[in-house]
Ligand binder design. Structure first.
Ligand code: PMP
Length: 427
């Protein structure tokens, strides 16, 4: 059996070291997800695609439908009863997210469509006003397209240069190389907290220290971290943090950009329209303060309420036991898959969260995904919006199983047995 060290000890045992995976009642949590009772092709659903989008607990579905049934009206500026209820619900969700991230101020929480929009917002506001010809943005080889393309667009617009920090063959960021690449012209470092392909957990605090020591700002792509890790933006020290509601048990179309208030105050607006202004005349428009300044137009109110409910849902779980449980299923999965003949794991970093990528002999990952689907097993196959990473790894695509709070060792057993069928077909 291949021995792969997968987890940083702190992640396995939880912070106290006392609470473990067995303290997590996964069967109870599974009952919170109605979709897990569905059958796919006559088989029980085995959902191993939470990194693409998570399933929704009943509490989130209920909170959204309650809002639409009983509270819906346009937010802000309304004087009637429902407008006030809707505004309270929307702003209440902002406060929940503030606590979730441990942000200092609610005004630092900007509702956006998702991680992609959050990163584009920073590129087109902070980036456009702080970067010029010859300045640099530093990213890593393991970024998702949404943490590459907005910076390339910014570089095209400003004459700035994109620099890319390398990873090693296990999928860990080479910190020494990374540090060397932070130069006098580096204005911004944009790095993923958890890789959606490799599962690697990056040492964000260390990265922030390195960047700040050289006067660069740091944006963290938290799309894959928010559902799995405790996030404390003040402890991390980052300047911007982005995540999507739909990957952390909330709805699609809502996400968050956290930004430190002094940066947000100095940034120009992203889009123009209603709500982002204090006053408008044909001669001059005065912009509102954050967060309104960055939330032009009618926002996704039901989405924000759903995200607030997702934050409550995560808060209702014993976080330490949840982390231990997810690590247990991850470690079990990695050990089990490593024993499948012909299977090669992609991404074996020491600190990993919730993602197992692999290739199997010369079977195309899409064929793996299609055969597994017939068994009721949902995984993702392809380049996972990380084509430069695929090139670095020397593969065109991978198969990826990704976990959530409701994942079990049974799900992994089903995956391993499904892979047995794939091998029989391609023998
Ligand atoms: N970054 C990472 C690491 C991701 O996994 C994803 C989604 N696959 C994104 C960014 C983009 O998120 P969204 O599509 O929700 O904007």
């Amino acid at each position: 059996m291949t021995t792969v060290q997968t987890t940083a000890p702190a992640l396995v045992h939880g912070r106290s070291g006392r609470i473990g995976a067995t303290d997590f009642d996964v069967e109870r949590v599974r009952r919170d997800f109605p979709i897990l009772r569905e059958k796919v092709h006559g088989k029980p659903l085995v959902y191993l695609d939470s990194a693409a989008t998570s399933q929704k607990p009943q509490a989130v579905i209920d909170a959204m439908s309650r809002f639409l049934l009983k509270e819906n009206a346009n937010v802000h500026r309304g004087v009637h009863y429902l407008a006030e209820r809707a505004t309270d619900a929307y702003e209440g969700a902002r406060s929940k997210v503030q606590r979730f991230l441990n942000a200092e101020h609610a005004e630092e929480i900007i509702f956006v469509r998702g991680t992609t929009e959050a990163i584009n917002l920073v590129a087109q506001t902070y980036g456009k006003t702080h970067l010029g010809d010859g300045d640099e943005v530093l990213i890593t080889e393991m970024e998702h397209h949404s943490n590459i393309v907005p910076w390339q667009m910014l570089c095209e617009q400003t004459g700035a240069r994109l620099r890319v920090a390398p990873i090693n063959d296990t999928g860990e960021l080479l910190l020494e190389e990374f540090e060397k690449l932070i130069g006098p012209r580096t204005r911004l470092v944009a790095v993923t907290h958890v890789s959606n392909v490799l599962g690697t957990v990056n040492p964000i605090r260390r990265i922030v220290e390195m960047a700040h020591a050289r006067g660069a700002r740091v944006l963290v792509d938290g799309a894959q971290a928010a559902p799995h890790l405790d996030i404390d933006v003040q402890a991390l020290g980052c300047d911007f943090y982005a995540f999507s509601g739909h990957k952390m048990y909330g709805p699609t179309g809502i996400g968050v950009l956290y930004g430190r208030s002094e940066l947000l105050d100095a940034m120009p607006p992203y889009q123009g329209g209603g709500d982002m202004i204090l006053s408008v005349s044909f001669e001059k428009t005065i912009y509102n303060k954050s967060p309104a300044k960055f939330e032009a137009g009618t926002p996704n109110m039901a989405g924000a309420v759903g995200l607030g409910a997702a934050v409550d849902f995560l808060g209702s779980l014993n976080r330490e036991a949840l982390v231990a449980h997810e690590q247990d299923v991850l470690d079990y999965g990695i050990r089990a898959l490593a024993e499948v003949p012909g299977l090669r794991l992609i991404g074996t970093a020491r600190g990993k969260a919730s993602v197992i990528s692999f290739v199997l002999d010369d079977v195309h990952p899409h064929d793996i995904g299609t055969i597994l689907d017939r068994e009721g097993i949902a995984i993702r196959t392809g380049h996972h919006c990380a084509q430069p990473l695929m090139s670095r790894l020397g593969v065109v695509a991978t198969a990826r199983a990704s976990l959530a709070c409701h994942s079990t060792r049974r799900d992994i057993d089903a995956l391993v047995s499904g892979l047995g069928k794939v091998r029989e077909i391609f023998r």
